[in-house]
Design a protein around this ligand. Structure first.
Ligand code: TYD
Length: 139
């Protein structure tokens, strides 16, 4: 079930009158070794990013600033997860269709994953994804 795979990881919150601090580190909070980090910013109103699945790549997404929705879909079930707190990290395993939308002004999406960039990892066509997923479920 989708809920068993995609999950929110609660990150540490060090509350301080001078300003709060959160962090993550390998092994303790992130269930993979981080190989790459990237961020998405200056998203114009109404735009979306993503809209693909990865063949063999896990990721964690954090809204460092502002808010946006991540629509996750395992081919059977679809769920919208709103990220709007910098201490909540969304874990997405491989072979989940995901799309990011509804970005607020000045929102900042920070993503870490377990693989270096490789276009070959991407499944960009939804029907292809559904077929691959159905084959996977048959095994
Ligand atoms: P992409 O992940 O395809 O974003 P979206 O699914 O929102 O369109 O990234 C857009 C382009 O940026 C991609 O074609 C290549 C480049 N890119 C890199 O070079 N390195 C990276 O780590 C990422 C995420 C993207």
């Amino acid at each position: 079930m989708l809920q068993d795979e995609v999950k929110i990881i609660s990150l540490p919150k060090i509350l301080d009158d001078r300003g709060n601090l959160s962090f993550f580190q390998n092994d303790d909070h992130i269930p993979f070794v981080i190989q790459r980090a990237y961020w998405i910013y200056d998203v114009p109103g109404g735009e979306h990013r993503g809209g693909h699945a990865y063949r063999d790549l896990q990721e964690v997404i954090v809204a460092l600033s502002g808010s946006f929705d991540v629509v996750v879909d395992d081919g059977k079930e679809k769920k919208v997860i709103t990220l709007n707190r910098s201490y909540n990290a969304l874990y997405i395993p491989k072979m989940i269709w995901r799309r990011m939308e509804n970005f607020s002004t000045n929102s900042l999406a920070f993503i870490v994953c377990d693989k270096q960039y490789d276009e070959g990892q991407y499944i960009r066509d939804y029907d292809t994804y559904r077929n691959l997923k159905a084959d996977e479920d048959d095994i």
